[in-house]
Design a protein around this ligand. Structure first.
Ligand code: GTP
Ligand code: MG
Length: 207
């Protein structure tokens, strides 16, 4: 994917504050510290666009980005971070439910999981909830650079097996090496392709 422009649009907590440009949107959700913001930076090839940190819980609001003036990315706050207070946890739930129940522009959810951990119970419950609402989702196993070849094959096999239950496709990814980037972009373009999204042919495969 050739990225001509990627900008931060705004942070929002409530539906009323979401950007209203009407662009097809891809949301990134997953456990805290799993690598959601790093994945966005890797996809748009702009280090530091989405803030990353080795301290879990860095992203506390929904951060919106606009890529090539055509597709919107929503970086959702991470869940499962044990050290946050109960109020913060219920605020997270409210924020995320509101997003998935009302964001009309949402075309695809990317559930980011650490390939070494696979899907855990809370993630399965979340995927079921999404499926029941007809939200299109894919699962991306990230940090594959941390595994050797055979560990990677094994971890991906487990993840694919787990994903079957939800009928969702699985991708492998590394924000460090960029592996899996083209495949994930390909799916994003496929899903967001209808409408104004105009990437195609040479342009799309030029990187
Ligand atoms: P929250 O905003 O806290 O929910 O975290 P996040 O999911 O946005 O994670 P973030 O992108 O901030 O990454 C967390 C840590 O994992 C950082 O130290 C990253 O450098 C590291 N990291 C992210 N992706 C990868 C990857 O593909 N490979 C490796 N080796 N490290 C990664
Ligand atoms: Mg983040």
């Amino acid at each position: 994917m050739k990225i001509t422009k990627a900008i931060f649009v705004k942070s929002a907590k409530d539906l009323a504050d979401y950007p209203s440009g009407g662009f097809a949107e891809v949301a990134f959700a997953g456990r805290s510290n799993v690598g959601k913001s790093s994945m966005i930076n890797c996809l748009v090839q702009k280090r530091g666009l989405a803030h990353t940190s080795s301290t879990p819980g860095k992203t506390r609001l929904i951060n919106f980005y606009l890529v090539n003036g055509e597709v919107s990315f929503a970086d959702l706050p991470g869940y499962g971070y044990a050290r946050v207070s109960r109020e913060m946890r219920s605020e997270w739930k409210r924020m995320v439910e509101e997003y998935f129940l009302h964001r009309k522009e949402l075309r695809l959810l990317i559930l980011v999981v650490d390939v070494r951990r696979g899907l855990e119970e809370d993630e399965k419950a979340f995927l079921l909830w999404l499926k029941q609402r007809g939200i299109k989702a894919v699962i991306v196993g990230t940090k594959i650079d941390k595994l050797n070849r055979s560990e990677r094959v094994r971890a991906m096999r487990i993840l694919r097996e787990q994903a079957k239950e939800f009928g969702m496709d699985v991708f492998e990814f590394s924000s460090r090496s960029g592996e899996g980037r083209d495949e994930l972009w390909s799916r994003i373009v496929q899903v967001c392709g209808e409408g104004s999204w105009s990437f195609s042919g040479e342009n799309f495969f030029s990187q």
